[in-house]
Design a binder for this molecule. Structure first.
Ligand SMILES: [Ca+2]
Ligand SMILES: [Ca+2]
Length: 217
């Protein structure tokens, strides 16, 4: 199954119309039933009350589904508290080579985790045509230098789900890494483009050729 794009505006067009560097305009829609109904695999669970700032997003579960038809990686976050339908923030830090000896240190809770690619969405302000904010992909160098979205600006699909207090993000596998087959991940939630809580105390491992497992959580 392939879910329709929600009409992400190309980064170049947004830069041309004066959007702040690193930001673009994109749609934020309510999650369709077909997305909820996917066979989600929970990669990590997380307690309540361990978030950095109360009310800014307290993660409960982090789940994954690979859509082979669209070759899209889908991620779902469920929250204990702090669900924000307007200015939520989510990110997925990928250790794309499944090698914890390479990459940059993660800035969230598990500072021992090392990653190569960060995928994130964080709408900030409602504008004509959607929401302006962060939507894209950066490598770990961009995270260190705060050159957000240095790999790709725009192009990620994002949904909110008020009844279930959940968020969904879809990213093309090739936008993370063209040859991506096995990777380690940490999913995080927050608000207003700010990190607030990692889901799980460790990291999850995914094998796109097999079944997800959670040895690091
Ligand atoms: Ca939590
Ligand atoms: Ca690595």
């Amino acid at each position: 199954m392939r879910l329709a794009s929600t009409g992400v505006i190309a980064a170049a067009a947004c830069l041309a119309c004066g959007e702040p560097v690193g930001q673009s305009v994109f749609d934020v829609a309510s999650a369709p039933d077909q997305l909820r109904a996917l066979p989600w695999k929970v990669l990590a669970t997380d307690p309540s009350g361990d978030d950095n700032r109360r009310g800014w997003g307290d993660g409960r579960t982090f789940a994954f589904h690979h859509d082979p038809a669209g070759d899209t990686l889908w991620f779902r976050w469920e929250l204990h508290d702090g669900y924000d339908p307007e200015t939520p923030a989510v990110s997925v830090a990928f250790d794309t080579d499944s090698n914890q000896l390479t990459g940059a240190p993660w800035y969230g809770s598990n500072k021992d985790f090392r990653f190569e690619v960060l995928v994130s969405v964080g709408p900030l302000d409602r504008v004509q045509g959607g929401w302006r904010g962060y939507n894209g992909v950066t490598d770990s160098v961009g995270v260190v230098t705060q050159s957000w979205m240095n790999r790709q600006q725009g192009g990620l699909v994002f949904y909110t789900d008020a009844p279930f207090e959940a968020y969904y993000l879809g990213v093309a596998r090739s936008d993370v890494s063209p040859a991506l087959e096995r990777f380690n991940v940490i999913g995080s939630v927050g608000r207003r483009a700010r990190w607030n809580d990692d889901i799980g105390s460790g990291f999850a491992s995914v094998d796109l050729l097999g079944s997800p497992s959670v040895p690091g959580a």
